[in-house]
Design a protein around this ligand. Structure first.
Ligand code: LRH
Ligand code: MN
Ligand code: MN
Length: 388
């Protein structure tokens, strides 16, 4: 069995992955939203389910909220609820993609009334952050156009800058803004923040508290995502990850499921660039569980990130550097692949037990009785998140 050195175990112990509240709600495609027994009926129940993931893995200490999906009367009360269950409230996600007014844009809109409405929504999110103790405001914009000539792309970029500046100026010294990019969808011709370069240009002109959010599902097929990770870390602007995996577009599948090797390569660059367990770089999941059970789906996800982190930490970086110096292409590649092919699961299971956790968190959750309990307790509830 492969053993993990004390240094690697210390690094793994420091790992924390933020869970998205919306992963616990029903979700689907535009064709059908399937339900799952025991689906949470409100943000309180979503947080309770997220706390289960943390209880079995000790890997998920915080939960991201999406506003207005997770709107409640009293955010301080929601915060207490989370803390009573041993988790924190994390990133606050704004939402300008489900309001009729935003059909032709929100932060980029040429109509001042609509643009101000979108800015005000972000001010409201910042007030929520004050109550929840959240550090990050995450902005993803569904804005763009479908046909050439439809919009003035340059004027939209200028208005975006102005809107973001107004939002940025509202942040406290402890708060940050992270701007997520996505190459297409829902707009099909042009998107106002389509790539890391645009996000970087926008946040760089705002200031130090603005960073880029990299969602692993938001790139064209074949994109070398680990190169982008390297570059953003180099520039000091990688604020957070939205982890998920994809076969085709923004599939939002379980991280590491579609392409474990890509996840390994990404995390290797994180390690190489000093981003692991670095508070500046938040690890989050952004996933939906359309057909599989949600809590086990999230447990599987954080374990996948942990396993690939352990493998990335196993790369013999001295041997790698030596092979690179000698231009020994195959030796360098072999060092890299040796780590990727190492099965760390038995060592991680043993380590978990040494920390009082179950060796197999998936099995322990399945045997806990919680799935049956929520299925019985939450009958007749309304759907949460995407299905709302
Ligand atoms: C957009 C996105 C963004 C949203 C989330 C629900 O595709 O990745 O992060 O907030 O999905
Ligand atoms: Mn995302
Ligand atoms: Mn997405």
């Amino acid at each position: 069995m492969t053993t993990l050195s004390p240094d690697i175990l210390t690094a793994l112990e420091g790992q924390g992955i933020e869970l998205p509240s919306w992963a616990f709600g029903n979700s689907g495609t535009r064709f059908r939203v399937f339900t799952t027994p025991g689906t949470p009926r409100d943000p309180y129940e979503k947080i309770a389910d997220a706390a289960q993931v943390n209880a079995y893995t000790r890997l998920a200490p915080s939960v991201a909220l999406h506003i207005p999906w997770d709107k409640v009367d009293d955010y301080s009360d929601l915060r207490r609820h989370a803390e009573d269950l041993g988790v924190r409230l994390g990133t606050i996600n704004s939402n300008t993609f489900q309001d009729e007014d935003y059909k032709f844009g929100a932060l980029t809109h040429h109509d001042d009334r609509i643009r101000q409405k979108a800015i005000d929504h972000h001010f409201e999110c910042i007030e929520i952050m004050d109550a929840t103790g959240s550090r990050d405001l995450k902005i993803w914009l569904a804005e763009g156009s479908n046909y050439p000539g439809q919009g003035d792309m340059r004027a939209r970029q200028d208005r975006l800058q102005d809107s973001l500046q107004k939002i940025y100026d509202r942040l406290s010294d402890e708060q940050r803004l992270v701007l997520e990019y996505k190459f297409f969808e829902p707009a099909f011709y042009h998107t106002d923040v389509p790539d890391w370069g645009t996000s970087y240009a926008q946040v760089a002109s705002l200031g130090d508290k603005a960073m880029v959010c990299l969602d692993t599902g938001h790139h064209a097929p074949g994109t070398n995502i680990e190169f982008i990770v390297m570059q953003l870390l180099r520039l000091g602007k990688l604020g957070s990850f939205d982890f998920n995996s994809r076969f085709y577009a923004d599939d939002d599948l379980i991280v590491g499921a579609a392409d474990p090797f890509q996840l390994f390569r990404i995390i290797f660059e994180v390690v190489r660039g000093g981003g692991l367990n670095n508070p500046d770089v938040a690890f989050m999941l952004d996933q939906c569980h359309n057909i599989e059970d949600k809590i086990p789906g999230q447990i599987r996800s954080v374990l996948n990130v942990q396993e690939m982190t352990a493998r990335a930490l196993l790369v013999d970086r001295e041997a790698l550097a030596a092979a690179q110096q000698q231009n020994d292409v195959l030796a360098a590649n072999a060092v890299f692949m040796d780590a990727f092919y190492t099965d760390v699961r038995p060592a991680l299971a043993e380590w978990r037990e040494s920390r009082g956790l179950a060796a197999d968190p998936m099995a322990a959750y399945a045997a806990s009785g919680y799935p049956q309990q929520i299925a019985a307790d939450r009958l007749g509830g309304t759907q949460a998140g995407w299905g709302a």
